[in-house]
Design a binder for this molecule. Structure first.
Ligand SMILES: [Zn+2]
Ligand SMILES: [Zn+2]
Length: 248
């Protein structure tokens, strides 16, 4: 059972972009494919050691990355399907700006399959929640790509999904337009959650995790609302910057 958001007006530019994308072909390699990604591209994501807490790509198996060892996030773990780097970053661009909610839902199913295979102990969640967009950005984009991902993931796993439990009460600039500490300030106190069953396990879904600030502040709101365990699933995780960093 899904809690559906009201349908916002469509983004006319997105329709134009989608019309330019090839039909019946893999969105990454361009070869003929009935699915949005051909089976080869579905399997070709990089094998990485990742921080179990924030999914940052690492050089080896450690209990936590440097940032998490210094300050543990309040979410209990993160699953990332691949890196926010070429060629996978094109998928997020198509979901966000190509008016392709169906692609986002399909990628959500892929993320659900990944979760089932790689985090068998994570389920079932009491609720799957998307990181919400504010009303202005929702109107501008036409849909929330994180909600479409969350719907696909929830359908794949048979878990309940609700986009109304977590709301964005303050909307600043897009996180991708900010650097460093301004990212944290931009989302501090930005989220409010409806009361949740005490101790509930919830799964927060987003398209990309970069600094982890959005997930941190959304998870804080969910814990304040009664959740006992917040985990995060993102399609793509930004690798650490700098020479020699995994994925760089
Ligand atoms: Zn392909
Ligand atoms: Zn970490």
């Amino acid at each position: 059972m899904y809690a559906q958001p009201p349908t916002p007006p469509r983004n006319p530019l997105g329709g134009l972009l989608r019309a330019l994308l090839p039909e019946g072909r893999c969105r990454l390699c361009g070869l003929p494919s009935r699915a949005p990604l051909c089976s080869a591209c579905q399997c070709e994501r990089p094998a990485r050691w990742r921080c179990p807490r924030c999914a940052l790509a690492l050089h080896g198996p450690v209990a936590a990355c440097g940032a998490c060892a210094l300050r543990l996030p309040c979410f209990a773990g993160t699953l990332a399907w691949s890196d926010y780097a070429a060629p996978w970053d094109r998928l997020v661009a198509q979901c966000k700006f190509g008016d392709d909610a169906a692609l986002a839902r399909w990628l959500g199913r892929l993320l659900g399959q990944c979760l089932r295979a790689e985090r068998p102990g994570w389920g079932p969640a009491r609720c799957v929640l998307p990181v919400p967009l504010g009303p202005a950005r929702l109107r501008q984009r036409g849909y929330n790509q994180a909600w479409e991902l969350a719907r696909g993931l929830a359908a794949e796993l048979g878990w309940p999904c609700d986009c109304r439990l977590l709301q964005r009460r303050r909307e600043g600039p897009a996180q991708s337009a900010l650097a460093g500490q301004r990212r944290a300030a931009n989302v501090r106190g930005a989220f409010a959650a409806a009361p949740l069953p005490r101790g509930a396990r919830v799964l927060l879904v987003d398209d990309v995790m970069t600094s982890g600030n959005t997930a941190e502040h959304a998870a804080r709101a969910l814990l304040r609302a009664g959740a006992g365990d917040v985990r995060v699933a993102v399609l793509l995780r930004t690798p650490a910057p700098g020479p020699g960093g995994p994925g760089c």
